[in-house]
Design a protein around this ligand. Structure first.
Ligand code: FAD
Length: 416
C-alpha cells in the first residue's frame, strides 16, 4: 500500500478498518541467500539495499526482540556529518545525503528536521579547536560556519549567556544541514520497504550459534526458532556484536557500555536547533512532541544492563541546567539507556570477518543513528559482491592490526 493523502482520506472514510500491516510476520524458511542478524537501523537498511541495489531478495533479517528495540529506538536522534577526517566525512555525509531523500524514497515520513546543530565553545582553547574542526569540514566539502557569541545567543535564546555563567559561551560553530530524524520511523520505514521487496523480517528470533562447513565457512545460524542456512551472513548487532563474534569464534576490539538519555515533559517550541557542549558533555534538542531531549555520556564501565548509572545522569542534568537554567522547572518524564559498541578510534567496522562468508557492521558506538543509510548501503554491498564498498574500505577490521586507525574520538561531538 502506498501512503498518500488519498490513502489517508480513504482510511479515514472507512473508519480506519482497511489499513494493512506495514510488514509481514513470516515463519522462517529453512534457507536464504543472505541472513542478517540484528533488526536495528543498520540491519534493516542493509536488508533493504540488498534487495533494492543488488537484486538479492531471498533475505532474512533476524531480530531477537522487536525491530528498532535496540539503540536505534533509544538514541537522541541527532543526524550530522561534522567529522574531522576525510574518510569519516565521506561516510557520514553520504548518510546525511541519503537521509535528505529518505522519506520520499521509502514512502515513509522519517521526520527529518534540518534545524542545524550548534557546538558551544566555552574557552579560548575550544574556539581554536572548533575553528580547526570547522575548517576541516569545509575542506572536506561539508557545510560548517563559525559562530560569534551573539550568533549563538540568537540561535538558542534560552542559553545562559551571562558573563558569570558557570560555563561561559564564547562562540561556537554550526552545521546547518544537521538536525534530527524520528528514530522509530527510520527503522519502520526501512522495514516496510524491505518487506515490500521480499525480505523476511523475523522478530523474536535470537541467533544462538553459527554453522560452519568446509574451510570453516559459515553456512547458517542456530536460532531460538530453529536452524536457518544461508550462503552469506551479516551481523549488525551493536552492543552485542562481540557476543555474536564469540559465538562465531573470533574476537572484536569492541567494548560495550551503557549510554543513557532522557526526556522532559513537553513544552511549547523553545529550542529550534540541536545544542552540543563538548566541554560539559551535554547535548540537548527539542523533539517534535515538545519534550527536551537530553543525552548523557557513557558509563565508564562495561555493561549489558540497559539502565545507566545515576552519577552520569546527575552530571549531565547539572551541565544542562548550567547551560539552560530555565529548564530546571521541567519535570523529567523518562530515562533509559542503550548498549553501545565502542572501539578505540570511535570509528565503525564494516566488512569481512576472519570467518569466510561472515560480515560485520559495528563499532558505531555513541553515534551510529546518523550513519544508518551508509552502514546499510555498505554492508549490503559487501554481502552482495564480496568486495568492500569504497566508502567502507578505510573501516576494515584489519586496521586494528595495521594500526591505521581513524581517530574520531576527539571529533565525535562529545568527548565520550
Ligand atoms: C542513549 C543513546 C543516544 C544516542 N544518540 C545518538 C544520536 O543522537 N545520534 C546518533 O547518530 N547516534 C546516537 N546513538 C547511537 C545509535 O543509536 C547507534 O549507533 C545505532 O542505533 C546503532 O544501530 P544498529 O542497527 O547498529 O544497532 P541496534 O539498533 O542496537 O540494533 C541491533 C539489534 O541487534 C539485535 N540483536 C542483538 N543480539 C542478537 C542476536 N543474538 N540475535 C538476533 N538479534 C540480536 C538487538 O536486539 C538489536 O535490536 C545513541 C545511542 C544511545 C544508546
Amino acid at each position: 500500500m502506498k501512503y498518500s493523502a488519498l490513502a489517508l482520506l480513504r482510511g479515514a472514510l472507512s473508519a480506519h478498518r482497511n489499513w494493512v500491516p506495514a510488514w509481514r510476520s513470516p515463519e522462517p524458511k529453512p534457507a536464504y541467500d543472505v541472513v542478517i542478524v540484528g533488526g536495528g537501523g543498520h540491519g534493516l537498511a542493509a536488508a533493504y539495499y540488498l534487495a533494492k541495489n543488488h537484486g538479492v531478495h531471498n533475505v532474512a533479517l533476524l531480530e531477537r526482540g522487536w525491530i528498532g528495540g535496540g539503540n536505534t529506538g533509544r538514541n537522541t536522534t541527532i543526524v550530522r556529518s561534522n567529522y574531522l577526517f576525510p574518510e569519516s566525512a565521506r561516510l557520514y555525509d553520504f548518510a546525511l545525503k541519503c537521509y535528505e531523500g529518505l522519506s520520499r524514497e521509502l514512502n515513509f515520513n522519517i521526520m527529518l528536521s534540518q534545524r542545524g546543530i550548534v557546538l558551544l565553545a566555552h574557552s579560548r582553547h575550544d574556539l581554536d579547536s572548533m575553528a580547526r574542526w570547522a575548517n576541516a569540514m569545509r575542506m572536506n566539502g561539508i557545510d560548517a560556519q563559525i559562530l560569534t557569541r551573539e550568533e549563538v545567543a540568537a540561535r538558542a535564546p534560552l542559553l545562559d549567556m551571562s558573563p558569570d555563567a558557570r560555563f561561559p559561551v564564547l562562540g561556537g560553530f554550526t552545521q546547518r544541514r544537521a538536525g534530527t530524524a524520528r528514530h522509530d520511523a527510520v527503522a519502520w520505514g526501512y522495514a516496510r520497504a524491505a518487506d515490500a521487496l521480499g525480505v523476511d523480517i523475523i522478530q523474536n528470533c535470537e541467533v544462538t550459534g553459527f554453522l560452519t562447513g568446509a574451510g570453516g565457512r559459515v553456512v547458517g545460524v542456530e536460532t531460538s526458532r530453529g536452524r536457518i542456512r544461508a550462503e552469506r551472513i551479516g551481523i549488525a548487532a551493536a552492543g552485542h556484536s562481540s557476543v555474536l563474534a564469540k559465538l562465531a569464534g573470533f574476537r572484536l576490539p569492541v567494548v560495550s557500555y551503557a549510554l543513557q538519555a532522557m526526556v522532559t515533559e513537553p513544552l511549547k517550541p523553545a529550542l529550534d536547533t540541536v545544542v552540543t557542549s563538548p566541554g560539559t558533555g551535554a547535548y540537548v534538542s527539542q523533539s517534535d512532541k515538545g519534550e527536551i531531549v537530553i543525552g548523557a555520556s557513557l558509563d565508564l564501565f562495561p555493561s549489558y544492563a540497559q539502565r545507566g548509572s545515576f552519577a552520569v545522569l546527575q552530571g549531565v542534568i547539572a551541565a544542562t541546567l548550567a547551560l539552560f537554567p530555565s529548564f530546571s522547572r521541567l519535570r523529567l518524564l523518562r530515562q533509559w539507556a542503550g548498549i553501545v559498541d565502542v572501539v578505540h578510534d570511535s570509528s565503525p567496522i564494516i566488512g569481512p570477518t576472519p570467518i569466510p562468508g561472515l560480515y560485520i557492521n559495528c563499532g558505531w558506538g555513541t553515534g551510529g543513528f546518523k550513519a544508518i543509510p551508509a552502514g546499510g548501503w555498505t554492508l549490503a554491498h559487501v554481502l552482495a559482491t564480496g568486495r568492500n564498498h569504497e566508502l567502507a574500505e578505510p573501516f576494515q577490521l584489519e586496521r586494528f592490526i595495521t594500526g591505521r586507525l581513524i581517530d574520531e574520538a576527539a571529533a565525535a561531538g562529545i568527548a565520550h
